[in-house]
Design a protein around this ligand. Structure first.
Ligand SMILES: [Zn+2]
Length: 103
């Protein structure tokens, strides 16, 4: 192992630090602007006593027309997405998001 490798491994986090991150990709219904929002699955969803899982209410705003979108995402006890809905917008995939950005 070279010196650089040992420095890199020294700074590498134990396990991926972003294990708890989930990205929501949405598109504004009014102007069509795509938006990516990071969700911290460890801290943001709150317990949903009805289902025994979790629920996340997320408000987001695009940077074009500043329409407020409200996403509601339901998770099971393992924090897997069960259902999701959004007001004033549409969910899109990561690929659609990248494409709309022109990447
Ligand atoms: Zn918009």
């Amino acid at each position: 192992m070279g010196l650089l490798d040992s420095i890199k491994s020294f700074f590498a986090p134990q396990g991926r630090s972003d294990d708890w991150a989930m990205w929501l990709y949405v598109r504004c219904k009014r102007c069509g602007a795509p938006l990516a929002v990071r969700v911290d699955l460890r801290n943001e969803p709150s317990s949903d006593y009805e289902s025994g899982g979790y629920v996340l209410n997320k408000e987001m705003m695009d940077s074009k027309c500043f329409a407020l979108m409200r996403a509601t995402v339901h998770f099971d006890a393992q924090r897997k997405v069960v259902s999701q809905s959004i007001e004033n917008g549409d969910f899109i995939t990561a690929e659609e998001y990248e494409r709309q950005l022109g990447n």
